[in-house]
Design a protein around this ligand. Sequence first.
Ligand code: TMP
Length: 211
Amino acid sequence: MAKGFFITLEGGEGSGKTTQIKRLADALKAAGREVVITREPGGTPEAEKIRDLLVRRDGGDWTPLTECLLLFAARVMHVEKLIKPALAAGKVVISDRFADSTRAYQSYGHGLPLQTVESLNALSLGTFQPDLTFILDMDVEEGLARSGKRLAAACSAEDKFESLDLDFHRRLRHGYLEIAKTNPARCVVIDAGRGMDDVAHDLAAAVMERL
Ligand code: TMP
């Protein structure tokens, strides 16, 4: 049986994660792998309930620490009920966001000490982490313009995090690049400001190299 492999895609708003995940899954399926696509916060019925509390405008006014605790509660359900069983069955799991989002958003973005996030991560996940993380990096204004257009088109109710100010998104981008520097064996930074085909090519090549 093939060995399970856990891939995460990370990045700011409008970085194109959703499109790239579909393309990567197609490339992996064409190479004969079974693929599970999932997302955070969410991925299981219970974790999707927590997602509603976090991302919807009417979900509640959480403090940075309580937000972080909810994110990890959702993450533990996701890892135990969906990710680990799929990996044990030899599948490739691709998650739209994972723990690096909490490092970037709650710590670099909202100012929660990074050590708090790392402690909660160690407590709830132990040493479990992705095999490979793509950080889709792009100009902040361009990303927001892209996601603004998408939101206007969808009239989304899930726009609480996306309405945060420009400085926040700059801190987020800086945070992701710092995370990549701290974890060079796991993280690959991808220039997501290019055309979709170029980005998709780089992602597929990096995964095939490691599988
Ligand atoms: P999405 O728009 O990529 O689906 O993500 C939902 C929002 O949740 C997004 O604005 C980022 C935010 N988020 C955090 O703040 N911390 C986290 O740990 C995760 C997974 C998401």
